[in-house]
Design a protein around this ligand. Sequence first.
Ligand code: BGC
Length: 492
Amino acid sequence: MTSWWRTAVVYQVYVRSFLDGDGDGVGDLAGLTAGLDAVARLGVDAVWLTPVYRSPQVDHGYDVADHRDIDPLFGDLATFDRLVGAAHDRGLRVLMDLVPNHVSDQHPWFVAARAGGPERELFHIRSRPTGWQSMFGGPAWSPLPDGSWYLHLFAPEQPDLNWAHPVVQSDFADTLRFWLARGVDGFRVDVAGGLAKDPAYGEVRRGSLHHPHWDRPEVHDVYRSWRGVLGTAPAVAEAWGPPERTAEFARADELGQAFAFDVLHTPWSAAALQRTVDAQLAAHRAVGALPAWVAGNHDIARVATRLGPERALALHLFLLALPGAFYLYAGDELGLPDAQVPPETWQDPQSLRSGGRLPNRDGARVPLPWTSGPGVGFTTGEPWLPIPATWPQYARDRQESDPTSAWSVLQRALAARPWLWTSEDLTWQDARPGVLVGRRADALVVLNTSSRPWRLPVATEVVARSVPGAEPTIATPSECVWLRDRRVRSPT
Ligand code: BGC
């Protein structure tokens, strides 16, 4: 399957925090439409919108009450259509976030199931709970009024669907068709590895390869059935696990793409990064796919906080230079750190439900700064999460006019990136410990994870670098440099 998305750069928009069009303090579709020129100026190929469906917003849209309507918080179907049209006019594709593992407890099916209707079969309802745990802390089963128990791998307001039921399967196929017909170009599939549950509801056994609800083989039947509906449209799997397991979701007759999440846990070490990249490339190539690289998203602390701003930018350039797609989390192009969100303003169900035991995801979800003036241009109202006083220094307007900013570094790299696609191969060249040098045809990508400068090879010229204005013949510590090797004739 050779398609635009195999090598695309996709900009992940956390819609609530991108730009507010109506002054209620929450980002929306009108705001996103107004901000599309800025997205296009950065030079990405597509946008992925976090869920904007009708939802009580218990998990900020990942609790869907109607998969085929827009929540009034974000707009309506007409605003959505305008967004898709405006994106396409700018050459940007649009991916939606599909949430198939669970629905909201306000979804009509669950309302009817709770009342004892035949819709009970569309969920996992049992007379006794198992010991399964919710991802947000505590038991994964909650009682219904009649004393039976329903499964929710996330919050109790997110009951899990029974994917063995044909009605669930056909309804989701309809949802895919509905959005494709509106011009949507693809999907990100939430909790892609969770849909199939052990029919015997066995307990989780430590060390067993077979899990009662993660990454069971039956889940792949679901995605094979979607491929016929999707045609050539991409879908990217949110599935955590070892590379060879996650890459299975990227098979040509399934979703086509899967996130390479283990980069997020790889230490800042040339050897460790090389191992991660090699394992991901090998696993994906084995199924005829390329990885979807990722440095951050709305579920983990921002990369500038995890690694520090210089390494974060270097990691972006490094991942952008690898064979595969890259998903850029909105705000990371500004080098935003995780915000310190005061516990009394926490919104994330993960930290609220676990009493702060599980990480708070709000810090990576704070609204973006557009201008350096008061209110940072996100909203005319009160932002849904408090915006730190330091945010003006990261403002988009300031960074776009500063050639040394994180935004400008990324913008230049994105403009140069198509040149890398003369080759899908990547080979490593010998370098000093702590320095990685990868080659793709006439392109060399140098990542210096060490604390000493590294002299760049002769007969090369710098095409992009993460430390603008640095000495032209060296890679500084914590820098990534893209070089053109003048001794290699570029295939035309
Ligand atoms: C999403 C999270 C969400 C969860 C439940 C995820 O993996 O990325 O933000 O809380 O699924 O839908």
